[in-house]
Design a protein around this ligand. Structure first.
Ligand SMILES: NC(=O)c1ccc[n+]([C@@H]2O[C@H](COP(=O)([O-])OP(=O)(O)OC[C@H]3O[C@@H](n4cnc5c(N)ncnc54)[C@H](OP(=O)(O)O)[C@@H]3O)[C@@H](O)[C@H]2O)c1
Length: 252
């Protein structure tokens, strides 16, 4: 098993990529704290995976809030005795609005959930890693939106912020052997379109033009495989990298 005994936090675990990551990691022997707001879905996931070699504990929290980000890390340390890997995967899409029309609320919410919340979690995780004294591993779900304009201004800017935070953290703590990498998915088949706000007509027309060049969409399991590699010791020489997982979309 590739993650035997490793203590891992996965946010956004009640659906999509986060759920697929928990399923894959449980099969590889990880001890997982699965985080999202919909606790009933996390409980059902933990129950479904109870016979896997790993262990899954549900933790209800809003990843935009500092106190919940800190509490989920305290919970992992309390239940499993340490933390090895933090996966900041929870995220929300915007409505594809361009800057001329974006609301204050949209800018604030995108930043809070997709950038600021994950930084709160990174701060607390790094403090735990330094105290443990044997390195650490952070993986952030960024997006091709940070450099490929696949969404509105608020989403793309928030994902660019967490991309920069990922690379900065890798640089800052490389001598302490705390790795920090990201993934930048392209189009992946998840629930995200179902929970998106109603698309802005102008912005959606602009971003849709990019979709005509999109290869086949990825599946959450494709992403889970990449995250498994980054979480395992097999990727120990990889640090400060944002791994694009888009079937070649942004290489066209
Ligand atoms: N799908 C794509 O094409 C695509 C492409 C590039 C990047 N991404 C990124 O990939 C990540 C996962 O997205 P997905 O496609 O798997 O979406 P999804 O199916 O909608 O799942 C999103 C997950 O994030 C959780 N979440 C959302 N807001 C939260 C909050 N405030 N606090 C805690 N959890 C929250 C949701 O759980 P609750 O609702 O239960 O809280 C859910 O578990 C996101 O960061 C997204 O931006 C997706």
């Amino acid at each position: 098993m590739r993650l035997e005994g490793k203590v891992v936090i996965v946010t956004g675990a009640s659906a999509g990529m986060g759920q697929a990551i928990v399923e894959r990691f449980a099969a590889e022997g990880a001890k997982i704290v699965a985080v999202a707001r919909r606790k009933e879905r996390l409980d059902a996931l933990a129950e479904r995976l109870k016979d896997e070699p790993g262990e899954v504990l549900a933790f209800a929290g809003d990843c935009g809030k500092r106190e919940d980000n800190e509490a989920m890390i305290d919970f992992a340390v309390e239940k499993f005795g340490r933390l090895d890997v933090l996966i900041n995967n929870a995220g929300i899409m915007d409505d594809n609005t361009a800057v001329g029309d974006v609301s204050d609320e949209m800018i604030a919410r995108q930043m809070q959930v997709n950038a600021i919340g994950p930084m709160y979690a990174m701060r607390k995780a790094v403090q735990v890693f330094l105290e443990q004294g044997d390195g650490g591993n952070i993986i952030n779900t960024c997006s091709v939106g940070a450099f490929h304009n696949t969404a509105g201004v608020a989403y793309c800017a928030a994902k660019a912020a967490i991309t920069a935070a990922t690379k900065n953290t890798a640089f800052m703590y490389m001598e302490e052997e705390i790795r920090c990498n990201g993934i930048a998915p392209g189009g992946v088949v998840t629930d995200i379109p179902l929970v998106m706000p109603k698309a802005n007509e102008f912005g959606f027309a602009r971003t849709s033009s990019l979709l005509t060049h999109s290869p086949e969409l990825g599946m959450p399991e494709d992403i889970a495989n990449v995250v498994l590699f980054l979480a395992s010791d097999e990727s120990s020489f990889i640090n400060g990298v944002i791994l694009t997982c888009d079937g070649g979309w942004t290489n066209l």
